[in-house]
Design a protein around this ligand. Structure first.
Ligand code: GDP
Length: 318
């Protein structure tokens, strides 16, 4: 059954992050009313504040794009923050949505909820079938709890709460910080700096052998709106591009886009994380959605955004 967005009030929680921004932009085409709230207005980790906001604004549907996120190093360095923030944000919003009888809610997770050695490509049914990768287990446990909260409220109260599991994401508006970013913004920053300062070599973390699947945030936003309208099931829904590459291949691609011609070195003292993380997105493609943005085009778009953001002072070199 289709969930029509026409005339509905849709709250995008986390509209200032990369995903929330892209979703908000794409919802413009849906004849709905987009609700947002700023961090200064409410702290999503405080239950009372969240419930008051929901009561005052009466959203029909909610997209939970708000989360504390970061790359492999951030996950390792801030275990309490990643577990606490994410558990609180999703619990408060899901419980608040239940109390206010919100008619549809979509929680966003991540492909890191699946076991470290899950069979590839990873199906939705592999959740909780084996041990997690240790570097991001805090974030993963929080997101697994979010999936299960949606399932529990669906089972106990019949709410139409769903969860979507995107693969590794990137794009304009991503977190750019060489220590705490995900691999794509970190390498775009480092390669750009190396080219500008004429460095002879550059170091990439890990062995370069892990494989990752990447999806541009505009493709994700499009998929999420499609999912909100057409998906209504207790199992999470994987959202991927269907293609993965090694980190070494990614590094050479980024070098080419940025124009860096020096040597690329790999620092094996840094963690590799999960060896391979390709999602099986067949259930999504059966609903009629397919990605449109190639990795090269998406990286170029992100690099151009980053260069402008540097000039505008939105991001800084760190
Ligand atoms: P993950 O999918 O949770 O491991 O997310 P990341 O984007 O943080 O890392 C993906 C892979 O890229 C890992 O194997 C990292 O070791 C590798 N990598 C290489 N260089 C970097 C870097 O500068 N930053 C990050 N975050 N990862 C890097």
């Amino acid at each position: 059954m289709t969930y029509s967005l026409k005339g509905k009030k849709i709250w995008v929680a986390g509209h200032t992050g990369m995903v929330g921004k892209a979703v908000t932009k794409h919802l413009i085409n849906e004849s709905c009313d987009v609700l947002t709230c700023n961090r200064a207005e409410i702290d999503l980790r405080r239950q009372h504040e969240v419930e008051c906001w929901i009561n005052e604004n009466s959203p029909d549907a909610i997209i939970i794009a708000a989360a504390t996120v970061g790359g492999i190093n951030a996950n390792k360095s801030y275990p309490a923050k990643f577990l606490y923030d994410n558990l609180m944000i999703e619990t408060n919003i899901i419980h608040g949505a239940h109390k206010a009888d919100v008619t549809k809610l979509m929680m966003l997770g991540s492909s890191c909820i699946y076991p470290k050695y899950a069979p590839q490509p990873i199906s939705e049914y592999d959740m909780l079938s084996g041990p997690l990768e240790t570097t991001n287990r805090w974030y993963a446990i929080a997101k697994i709890s979010g999936v299960m909260l949606c399932q529990a409220y669906r089972e106990e109260y019949g709410h139409n709460f769903i969860s979507a599991m995107p693969t590794n994401l990137y794009g304009p508006g991503d977190l750019f910080n060489t220590d705490t970013s995900h691999v794509i913004p970190a390498l775009l920053m480092r390669f750009n700096e190396a080219k500008k300062t004429d460095q002879k070599s550059i170091t990439v973390w890990g062995s370069g052998k892990p494989r990752r699947e990447f999806l541009h945030c505009d493709d994700l936003a499009d998929a999420l709106i499609h999912t909100l309208k057409y998906y209504s099931d207790s199992e999470p829904l994987n959202i991927g591009s269907g293609l993965d590459i090694t980190i070494a291949e990614l590094a050479y691609l980024i070098a080419d886009i940025v124009g860096f011609e020096g040597e690329i070195l790999f620092d094996s003292s840094m963690p590799d994380g999960t060896p391979k993380k390709l999602l099986n997105s067949q259930r999504l493609s059966q609903t009629g959605w397919h990605p449109k943005i190639s990795l090269r085009d998406g990286l170029l778009d992100t690099f151009l955004w980053y260069q402008k953001a540097l000039i505008d002072g939105i991001v800084r070199i760190k």
